[in-house]
Write a protein that binds this ligand. Structure first.
Ligand SMILES: *Cc1c(COP(=O)(O)O)cnc(C)c1O
Length: 370
């Protein structure tokens, strides 16, 4: 058997007629940029996550960058985030001209350790970007309390966590702005790049909508420096077809996660660490990530036996060469560094079959029997 990290083909077969129909209507209308499909998606995503406004942008990385700019982050400012995330989180901060200030993670959730944020705050701190890694919310109560006390913005990187919840609240209704990615492999994936910001703040929404069209308002009059970052009609049309299925897909991911955990605990016990779902967080399992000691060796064994797996992420951001000038060194964030050496994400997608999951777990068990 061969088990891929994810397989989008079944989903396409189910939605094919609707998708072809909606794509045809976009082509027939000849309206490709900022038309009705984008407007509809902005409204439905905002509603889905209990926010007021949605702002469709070109991708999740731009969503972060535009949010930072709209919140007034500029050159010389500092923005606190986790080093254990995809590059875009730190990259967006640096692209905004600010300095990323990293804070170590909680080894249980892999998210920023909120108890360590306050010691990283200085007069220059303008924002915190918590990342809801793998689909589980960061500790938002603690983060919001610190942000309120120091009057700084909270911009959530929810690229992996659309539909996730924290203490009964949707991720999207808590921070000042929340950023989503519609990269094809994300839980709500387009057929190309796409992104969305949601906010409850009308002033932020207005700024973001101006930034995504070169800072132009009215057209051809530029008061702020923006750039071109728009979600296009084709992607929005596809996402309008997919969004009504998202809750069901999240439930299917959760069921797959539950089955993985049951099988892994039965067959491997203490040898590996399965994901922990913290109380009162609705985890949407963008990734199902285990921790193991001999990770690289296990990964090669799985590959030889037809099982795909991925390392998200092998190098924490404070040790990335492009951030060398920030002066961080190995040992600065021991939990993030240890996670980078131990994590392994297993195949995960809603339509995954029980037999595929059993095969994955049997191969992991076989590795430990050698
Ligand atoms: C995917 C991702 C992004 C970036 O999204 P793109 O749409 O690929 O630009 C940012 N942060 C995290 C945590 C991601 O997983």
């Amino acid at each position: 058997m061969k088990v891929p990290m994810l397989d989008l083909s079944e989903q396409y077969q189910i939605l094919k007629d609707e998708i072809i129909e909606t794509l045809d209507s976009v082509m027939t209308s000849s309206r490709f940029i900022l038309g009705d499909n984008v407007k509809q998606l902005e409204a439905s995503i905002a509603k889905f996550v209990n926010a007021n406004y949605g702002i469709g942008v070109a991708n999740g990385s731009d969503a972060l960058h535009i949010s930072l700019q709209a919140c007034g982050v500029q050159a010389g400012d500092e923005v606190i985030t986790t080093p254990f995330t995809f590059f875009a989180t730190g990259g967006a901060i640096a692209r905004a001209g600010a300095t990323p200030v990293y804070v170590d993670i909680d080894p249980v959730t892999f998210n920023i350790d909120a108890t360590k944020i306050e010691e990283a705050i200085t007069e220059k701190t303008k924002a915190i970007i918590p990342v809801h890694l793998y689909g589980q919310a960061a500790d938002m109560d603690a983060i919001m309390e610190i942000a309120k006390k120091h009057q700084i913005s909270v911009i959530e990187d929810a690229a992996q966590a659309i539909g996730a919840e924290y203490k009964g609240k949707k991720i999207g209704e808590i921070g000042d702005a929340t950023c989503y990615s519609f990269f094809p492999t994300k839980n709500l994936g387009a057929y190309g790049d796409g992104g969305m910001i949601v906010t409850k703040d009308q002033q932020l929404e207005e700024k973001m909508k101006i930034i995504r069209v070169h800072g132009s308002k009215p057209k051809y009059y530029h008061h702020v420096l923006g750039y071109n970052s728009r979600l296009d009609e084709i992607q929005a049309a596809v996402l309008n077809v997919k969004l009504p299925h998202l809750n069901k897909w999240s439930e299917m991911r959760r069921e797959n996660a539950r089955y993985y955990t049951q099988l892994l605990n039965e067959k491997l016990g203490e040898k590996i660490v399965t994901p922990t779902e913290v109380a009162e967080r609705y985890h949407v399992y963008h990734q199902y990530t285990i921790r193991v000691k001999n990770r690289d060796d296990l990964q090669s064994f799985l590959k030889e036996n037809g099982v795909a797996s991925m390392i998200y992420y092998p190098v924490p951001l404070h040790l990335q060469p492009v951030f060398a000038h920030l002066g961080y060194k190995e040992g600065d964030f021991p939990e993030a560094e240890r996670a980078a050496k131990e994590v392994l994400s297993l195949p995960m997608f809603p339509e995954m079959k029980k037999e595929q999951q059993e095969y994955v777990v049997n191969m992991i068990a076989k590795y430990y029997e050698q």
